[in-house]
Design a protein around this ligand. Structure first.
Ligand code: VAL
Length: 385
């Protein structure tokens, strides 16, 4: 009797565990649609939606369309955890593109990793993200690959640079990671770090830090923060009289920041993991679609989110040729999909890419741009040679 009961229970459990993949194929997008992090998240939503439209118009996954399921992560860890849990257990997605911030990834990614759900980070650039677990990869090149380029470009613009000030948001995982690379590169380039100043991503008033920087008479300021804080910091630096060059990190790589520092954004140097002029066919198509709709060049965060969705679709296509996606068990598909993602090669708007053994992006080219403001709200990233 006991034995029959437990057998019954076992088969009921395995029935519950076996779950077919629903069509259209659901891919989760967990990015910041609200909070200050939405300054990046809005561009990510646009990029992901463009990928959905474009890839479905070309047959989706072997004739089966994909459907993006959006869950707003907002700007903190709790929001990202909640979004991930909903996508994994309620929306039954095959995988997740997200979250927006590295600070969120360190909390939310382990949940997906334990559930064996593949995650592709679209913008997490802190060191250590793919190492969170076997199911975590990213299409956003890390600070180690990106940040040094901006400092080398600053030295090209002004070879006499000697004394620098470094500022960073100490409550943000990406900013602390990036400033480490900036500071190391500055030393490697024989620059003298006169002062290191800390702030919070929630700060609005930077008088203390700016005063300290001005006291040192530096000719380069290097900032690692997110968009709102860094934008205000730049504005106050200029208003209080700083005249030298400014290098901003990945948190300044969005035109959403322009209305924050206004005309004072002018001249800020920012390294890029994407260029609208990248010559691949995949990018030409993406850039053309984006421009037709938004009347400007696509930004990095949109291109990376598009790429995240594309990697999922390309990997799904390979699996679909072995067995139609609708015939897979969801749990088994998630596991196979993660493996396929990591071994594939992809022709994307970022150029041709693949992943290293940890799941970190292997990307061919990086760029540096300088902000050129037209008026107090509008400007462009001008790519430098
Ligand atoms: N790249 C940063 C991060 O990893 C921000 C700017 C999205 O958190």
């Amino acid at each position: 009797m006991k034995r029959t009961l437990s057998l019954l229970l076992l088969s009921a459990l395995s029935l519950a565990a076996a779950q077919k993949v629903a069509t259209p194929i659901a891919i989760g997008i967990a990015v910041a649609q609200t909070s200050n992090a939405s300054l990046f998240g809005q561009e990510q939503v646009i990029g992901a939606k463009l990928a959905e439209k474009f890839l479905n118009a070309r047959g989706g996954v072997g004739g089966t369309p994909i459907k993006l399921v959006f869950q707003d992560t907002s700007g903190d860890e709790a929001g990202a955890i909640n979004a991930f849990q909903n996508l994994i257990s309620k929306d039954n997605v095959v995988g997740i593109v997200g979250p927006t911030l590295s600070q969120q990834a360190f909390s939310a990614d382990p949940i997906a990793d334990r559930a064996k759900v593949p995650v592709i980070g679209p913008s997490n650039t802190a060191k250590g993200i793919p190492q969170i677990g076997a199911y975590i990869s990213r299409v956003s090149a890390p600070v180690t690959a990106i940040a040094p380029n901006a400092l080398k470009q600053a030295l090209k613009i002004n070879p006499k640079l000697k004394k620098v000030a470094v500022l960073y948001a100490q409550n943000d995982a990406f900013s602390t990671s990036e400033t480490g690379i900036f500071q190391q590169t500055a030393k490697d380039l024989d620059l003298n770090i006169a002062t290191v100043q800390k702030f919070q991503t929630t700060d609005n008033d930077f008088t203390t830090q700016v005063t300290a920087v001005l006291g040192e008479n530096v000719d380069l300021v290097i900032i690692s923060g997110l968009a709102n804080d860094s934008g205000n910091l730049i504005k106050q630096l200029r208003q209080l009289g700083y005249k030298g060059l400014i290098v901003g990190g990945n948190g300044l790589n969005s035109s959403s920041m322009f209305p924050i520092c206004g005309q004072y954004c002018d001249g800020v140097i920012v390294a890029q993991a994407y260029s609208p002029t990248q010559s691949s066919a995949a990018n030409q198509l993406f850039a053309r679609e984006y421009k037709a709709q938004y009347k400007k060049d696509p930004p990095q965060f949109a291109a990376q989110a598009y790429t995240g969705v594309q990697v999922f679709v390309d990997a799904l296509k390979v699996l679909d040729r072995k067995k139609k996606i609708a015939d897979w068990d969801l749990g088994e598909l998630r596991v196979a999909l993660n493996k396929q993602i990591l071994i594939g090669k992809y022709k994307t708007p970022l150029g041709e890419l693949s992943f290293d053994k940890d799941g970190d992006i292997v990307q061919q080219a990086f760029y540096v741009a300088q902000i050129k403001m037209k008026d107090a709200k509008n400007g462009t990233f001008v790519f430098l040679k």
